[in-house]
Write a protein that binds this ligand. Structure first.
Ligand code: BTN
Length: 182
C-alpha cells in the first residue's frame, strides 16, 4: 500500500468523523438514528475505490473502538460497537469496499446515475441487510420489524446516495480511483 493511499484513507476517516458533528436525528421507534456519516461511507467508496475506501472505514472503526467520540452525537467506544447500531457500523467498511469495487468497474464510463445505483445497492441495501438483523438480535426483536423500521432511513439515504455521486463526479478529475483502473 502506497503512502498516498494511506493518507487518503486517513483523510476520509477524518471526514467521516467531521460528518459526525452533524447532529443525529433520533427516531423514537428504532434505537438507531439517522446520520450524515453514511454520506462519507459512500464518498469513500466512490472516490477512493475498494482498497483505500474500505481501509478508511476500518480506520474509522478503530477510532471508535479506542473511544474517540467520532460517531454522530459525539459517541464512541466499545459500547457503540456492541449496541443496536453495531451491525450498521461494521457494515460500513464492507459497504465502502463494495461501492469502490463496483465504481472501479464502471469508472471508464462513469455517469452520475450509475454511481447513484451503486450507492443504493451497496451503500443502502447492503448496510440495512447487515445492520437490521444485528439490531434485531441485540434488541431482541424480529428481523422483519428491524427491516421495516429501517424504511425510515430510506429518504435520507437516497439523498446521500445522490449527493455522494454528484460530489464524486465533480472530484473525479483528481480522483485516485482513476489511477487504479488505468
Ligand atoms: C451510530 O450509532 O452513530 C451509528 C448509526 C448508524 C445509522 C444507520 S447507517 C444506515 C442508516 N442510515 C442512517 O441514516 N442511519 C442508519
Amino acid at each position: 500500500m502506497k503512502t498516498k493511499e494511506l493518507v487518503y484513507a486517513a483523510l476520509f476517516a477524518a471526514l467521516i468523523a467531521v460528518l459526525g458533528l452533524i447532529p443525529p436525528i433520533p427516531l423514537g421507534f428504532i434505537p438507531v438514528p439517522i446520520t450524515a456519516q453514511t454520506l462519507g461511507v459512500m464518498l469513500a467508496g466512490c472516490f477512493l475505490g475498494r482498497k483505500t475506501g474500505g481501509l478508511s472505514l476500518v480506520l474509522f472503526i478503530i477510532l471508535v473502538a479506542i473511544g474517540l467520540p467520532v460517531l454522530t452525537g459525539g459517541h464512541g467506544g466499545l459500547v457503540a460497537l456492541v449496541g443496536p447500531s453495531a451491525g450498521y457500523i461494521f457494515s460500513w467498511p464492507i459497504s465502502a469496499f463494495l461501492i469502490g469495487w463496483a465504481s472501479e468497474k464502471i469508472w471508464l464510463q462513469v455517469k452520475t446515475w450509475k454511481l447513484v445505483v451503486i450507492n443504493l445497492i451497496f451503500g443502502v441495501i447492503v448496510v440495512y441487510l447487515i445492520g437490521a438483523p444485528v439490531m434485531a438480535l441485540i434488541t431482541n426483536t424480529s428481523i422483519w420489524a428491524a427491516l421495516i423500521g429501517s424504511i425510515a432511513f430510506v429518504p435520507g439515504d437516497i439523498i446521500k446516495a445522490v449527493i455522494a455521486a454528484i460530489i464524486t463526479m465533480q472530484l473525479r478529475a483528481i480522483s485516485p480511483i482513476e489511477e487504479k483502473v488505468q
